[in-house]
Design a protein around this ligand. Structure first.
Ligand code: GDP
Length: 365
């Protein structure tokens, strides 16, 4: 499954947020929660549609979909030069699919700030610079090799393409811009993917505020939001300390607490949804009397690929999928009514599955 790495300077609240995300209480009660290792957590993706479908279909069980978060501690200034086990941590970031960059936006004299004082933009620059330098190192090493291969006039097309990609990437990184801003062709992008560049990954910012800043933000979050807007990145405002308390509450208490705070949902839900969008993921459902279940696919996946998420045999033997929109189910109240309205379609191999589709696969075994 695709995952999102949580990065940031030490003491900004990464572990607090990670622990809240993965605490058993924050998970749907009937989902077998599992931890892969202490730094990797499987998190259920909150989805109101699941409960709404279940209310209409009354299945025996209900299974949410999940995504992974990875807590990547230990990134410090100088990491790209190997400071503080830097290379090891950069390696962990390289293996993620997207990055949630936590920035400290709260004052607290009790919590030491590693870079002198609370200054979110300075913190962002430190981390982004380390990630950029790590990528520049990767690109320059590869560039030196490919430059030689590219010398002969009859160099391979693949070599030429890679060289063109590396040249662009080197320029962008040297200008202090992330690799994701490089203007690569589709072919170059495909080759560049093998470099596992960190700054090519999509990134969002998590502004960790104290509870006074949760509704309206504060001067720190305003600075982060301005920077993010310049980069075209999202910001999720969250209070790590409060989220870890919320995560310990029973559902009824939790709703009460959120209402008192003037919030409609835990900040963690917003973080999970933002990360899900950042990864370009969507959800479809299977809905039968035995089980209603949410499944995750990459946006743009065709019906056979979506079936393959359930079982590879479903993909191999795919014939067709009966399909309707969950919104139509909510409007008309039952699958039968959706059918009578002519909104239940039969879709073939080329159908691109949409977020919220309810699918029933027909396949050969
Ligand atoms: P990490 O090093 O980035 O993983 O940071 P931690 O999650 O260990 O947090 C560092 C310290 O900041 C801990 O003492 C936390 O209790 C505290 N902390 C985390 N989030 C908040 C917050 O939202 N407000 C306040 N006041 N303290 C926080």
């Amino acid at each position: 499954p695709l995952n999102c790495g949580i990065v940031g300077l030490p003491n900004v609240g990464k572990s607090t947020i990670f622990n809240a995300l993965t605490s058993a209480k924050a998970q749907a009660a009937n989902y077998p929660f599992c931890t892969i290792d202490p730094n990797t957590g499987v998190v259920t993706v909150p989805d109101e549609r699941l409960a709404k479908i279940s209310a209409l279909i009354q299945p025996k069980s209900l299974v949410p979909t999940t995504m992974e978060f990875i807590d990547i501690a230990g990134l410090v200034e100088g990491a790209s030069k190997g400071e503080g086990l830097g290379n090891q941590f950069l390696g962990h970031i390289r293996a993620t699919d997207a990055i949630a960059h936590v920035v400290r936006c709260f004052d607290d004299a009790e919590v030491v700030h590693v870079a002198g004082g609370v200054n979110p933009l300075h913190d962002i620059d430190i981390i982004n610079t380390e990630l950029l330098l790590a990528d520049l190192d990767t690109v320059e090493k590869r560039y030196a090799k490919v430059e030689k291969l590219n010398k002969p006039a009859n160099a391979d097309h693949k070599v030429k393409t890679e060289f063109a990609a590396l040249t662009k990437l080197k320029d962008v990184l040297n200008a202090g811009k992330p690799a994701r801003t490089a203007d690569l062709t589709d072919e170059e992008r495909l080759i560049a993917r093998e470099l596992f560049l960190i700054t090519a990954k999509p990134q969002l910012y998590v502004a960790n505020v104290d509870d006074s800043g949760i509704i309206d933000g504060n001067a720190y979050t305003a600075a982060v939001e301005k920077r993010a807007a310049e980069e075209g990145a999202q910001v999720v405002r969250i209070c790590g300390a409060m989220e870890s308390e919320i995560a310990q509450l029973e559902p009824a208490e939790r709703d009460e607490f959120l209402k008192d705070m003037g919030l409609s949902e835990p900040g963690l839900n917003r973080l999970i949804h933002s990360a899900y969008r950042l990864l370009d993921l969507i959800t479809y459902f299977t809905a039968g009397v035995q089980e209603v279940r949410a499944w995750t696919i990459k946006r743009g996946t065709k019906a056979p690929g979506a079936a393959g998420v359930i079982h590879s045999d479903f993909e191999k033997g795919f014939i067709k999928a009966d399909c309707y929109a969950s919104d139509d189910l909510f409007t008309y109240g039952s699958e039968q009514a959706v059918k009578e309205k002519g909104l239940l379609r039969s879709e073939g191999k080329e159908y691109i599955v949409k977020d919220g589709d309810i699918l029933f696969f027909k396949f050969n075994v």
